[in-house]
Design a binder for this molecule. Structure first.
Ligand SMILES: [Zn+2]
Length: 196
């Protein structure tokens, strides 16, 4: 649900309609908290002030509500103003994204503070919907200076991003080849041609 305070009554009535008709039983109000601006704008505070208006109105109607954080480190779209936090760097091509790297202590401190602000509104439910599996993002993982330094420290290596990517790419290819070979043999065996 949008935190559109100009249509607070209509939105709350719509929520009641959905609740009473078995369409939806738990309204979640969306907050996109991706950091913007230097220093970062306090989005958690601004949006919390709107959320409590909905929370109170819904509680007076006997309904619960929650907060849905739908964008925290960023989804890759262009921001109006960049934040000072360290950014995700594509492992495959070295390009810096608008997504923040969650390995940055300053970013973690920023979000700890934001979560505290949200918790103080006492929502009935708080849900974080974001993808922290960095390897599944477009660049195949984060190769920012912090991540590269930590990788080299743990692995006892001194690899550059390019070198690491080439090694991983080869291993990936080898694994795919082995899987294909294994599956081809299995299929051949099942079809009665074990020599294939
Ligand atoms: Zn990183």
């Amino acid at each position: 649900m949008p935190l559109d305070t100009e249509h607070l009554d209509e939105i709350c009535e719509d929520i009641r309609f959905q609740f009473e008709n078995g369409i939806a039983n738990y309204p979640m109000f969306m907050m996109q908290l991706v950091p913007e601006g230097t220093p970062p704008v306090n989005k958690a505070k601004m949006l919390s002030e709107k959320y409590v208006l909905f929370r109170d109105k819904l509680r007076s109607m006997g309904l619960k509500s929650g907060i849905l954080i739908q964008c925290s480190i960023g989804h890759g779209y262009t921001l109006n103003s960049p934040s000072p936090f360290k950014k995700y760097v594509n492992l495959n091509d070295g390009k810096e994204e608008t997504v923040c790297c969650p390995y940055d202590d300053d970013l973690c401190a920023h979000f700890k503070d934001a979560m505290k602000t949200l918790a103080q509104t006492e929502p009935d439910l708080l849900m974080l919907d974001d993808d922290f599996r960095l390897i599944f993002r477009g660049g195949n993982g984060c190769a920012c200076p912090m991540h590269m330094a930590r990788f080299n420290e743990l692995a006892g290596t001194d690899l550059t991003r390019e070198e690491l990517f080439q090694i991983l790419k080869k291993r990936q290819r080898r694994r795919i080849r082995e899987n294909l070979r294994g599956n081809a043999k299995r299929i051949a065996y099942q079809s009665g041609d074990g020599n294939a």
